[in-house]
Design a binder for this molecule. Structure first.
Ligand code: ADP
Length: 280
């Protein structure tokens, strides 16, 4: 019911949504594009997530992502428009026409400049600094979960694994479908997820950006990753990655969570680097 979403009202009417073509396949079902007519009469292009399984517990899991997103308001986080809670349940979000950053990096690899790639990193970092301030851990930071709104604006999405954590606390994951090659050692070993483990994952996401969406550790099996990390092995510097950025990445990949910078510090560093890249 509506109480699941707390005090902020996010239910919208299906009559105000026109469904278009299929954009892709999500975990719960197809994702379509479409148009939403807002109460003020404005027509907004939207992405509509559907849920093919109609059972109550699956629907609840599906809608929990919207429950988290409804409280978020940031220029670099995917914006929730609303949900339709009556069957078939839908989540309606703002549409970002260029799709996933991973695919965009491959398509545009020959025209993306180092300054633009650094800008994307800065924007994702700002989104994560905002979550850090809300004590929220994302747990799935990767280019497949970043959407491209325009050539100079990206948005962090996919809050399907996100959780609120109390200060000094952490989220102990029970699910087994975890993105091992992006994960911090303590997440792999103990399923321990904190803002510091998000910092590690952000480092891997920056590596993906400067590698034009190569898979991190593609040369390893999931089961081999932790031994490599514990032996001190880290992802190498991608060719296009400035040494200043790579030195930040090595700090994000400190074995001890306390040894890693905060997102606040990373925003400052990436702002400086971004400014220098623009001047070149
Ligand atoms: P899930 O997290 O449920 O697996 P995704 O968020 O990955 O689903 O969505 C599946 C696909 O739909 C994505 O690969 C992307 O291409 C597309 N998509 C999802 N949300 C949007 C959006 N807001 N704007 C544009 N495309 C989107």
């Amino acid at each position: 019911g509506k109480e699941d979403f707390g005090d902020k009202h996010i239910s919208i009417s299906r009559d105000d949504v026109v469904v278009g073509r299929i954009l892709g396949e999500g975990f719960f079902g197809e994702v379509h594009d479409g148009v939403y007519k807002s109460p003020s009469g404005e027509r907004i292009r939207v992405a509509i997530k559907t849920c093919k399984d109609g059972s109550a517990d699956v629907k609840e899991k599906f809608l929990s992502e919207a429950g988290l997103m409804k409280n978020l308001d940031h220029p670099h986080i995917v914006r929730l428009i609303g949900v339709i809670e009556v069957d078939p349940v839908w989540i309606v979000m703002e549409l970002y026409e260029h799709g996933e950053l991973g695919n965009y990096l491959v398509e545009q690899q020959y025209i993306l400049t180092t300054a633009t790639l650094t800008l994307y990193c800065l924007q994702i970092c700002k989104a994560l600094a905002y979550l850090e301030g809300l004590n929220m851990v994302h747990r799935d930071i990767a280019v497949r979960n970043v959407l491209v709104a325009s050539s100079d604006c990206v948005k962090l999405g996919d809050f399907g694994l996100s959780r609120y954590v109390d200060e000094q606390e952490y989220y102990k994951a029970t699910v087994s479908r975890l993105p091992i090659k992006w994960m911090a050692p303590e997440s792999i070993n103990f399923r321990r997820f904190t803002t510091a483990s998000d910092v590690w994952m952000f480092g891997v996401c920056v590596w993906e950006i400067f590698s034009m969406a190569q898979q991190p550790f593609f040369w390893l099996e999931n089961g081999q990753v932790i031994n490599q990390l514990e032996a001190g092995v880290r992802l190498h510097k991608p060719q296009q990655c400035p040494p200043t950025v790579y030195s930040l990445l090595t700090r994000c990949w400190a074995y001890e969570p306390h040894g890693r910078p905060s997102f606040g510090q990373l925003v400052c560093s990436f702002s400086d680097i971004q400014r220098m890249e623009l001047e070149q």
